[in-house]
Design a binder for this molecule. Sequence first.
Ligand code: ADP
Ligand code: MG
Length: 247
Amino acid sequence: MREKVVEIRGLEKSFGDLDVLKDVNLELYKGENLVVLGKSGSGKSVLIKIMVGLLKQDSGSMNVLGREISTLKTKELNELRLRIGFSFQNSALYDSMTVRENMEFPLVRNVKNLSKKEITMKIEGLLDSVGLPQSINQMPSELSGGQKKRIGVARTLILEPEIMLYDEPTAGLDPITCGELNALINQVKDEYNTSSIVITHDLTCAKDTGDRVAVLLDGEFNAVGTFEEIFPNAEDPRIKSFYDYNF
Ligand code: ADP
Ligand code: MG
């Protein structure tokens, strides 16, 4: 049996009259990229916010790295969050800091016993890994959109997370830059053996990065499997229209 790092059962979440998540069941296995596909407003971001304790479910369970999130005290939740890297939609680098300072920030705040030299080596290694070794002293304003995203991924990796959550990583990028970022997401999995959830409404991203794809429709995951299993022979008109629209 493959190890599960996330297990979600019967999860429900409403905001007033709006039932966003109705009966969500899903698992993330160790070392896999799981793509969550869904239309805008379908509840994808809400789902990962519950996963990191930024929102609380109304009912059902959300087990992450062996812990039931809704039962954790603040201190336990903060400890668990250090094992999860999340790059939120529109999450930005600090514009007034260099790339090095941006990357140092989470380390200095959370890991107390590293020397200056160890910190520099870590930063240089990760910048190499994301293909931007020369950017260490640059300001974010000197980088392209795609380069900023890469630095964002490198910054998230600096705490060596066991789980990576990417919320719409390719939103707003041109197709070539999307392709590069998808390759980086795959490289992160291979190099660091992380388990990742990649949230997107981009089918190319799903096809290129997903070991499995889960489609969120009307508050449930109606289809979960490999891209080829779900598309292109989908019979459900909602899934079919998704595919026809994108390809
Ligand atoms: P997406 O799939 O695009 O990421 P979201 O998960 O952000 O969608 O949102 C799903 C729905 O829940 C949307 O209709 C949104 O307006 C609503 N929603 C999200 N967060 C809140 C909140 N904190 N309060 C009220 N409504 C919310
Ligand atoms: Mg979202």
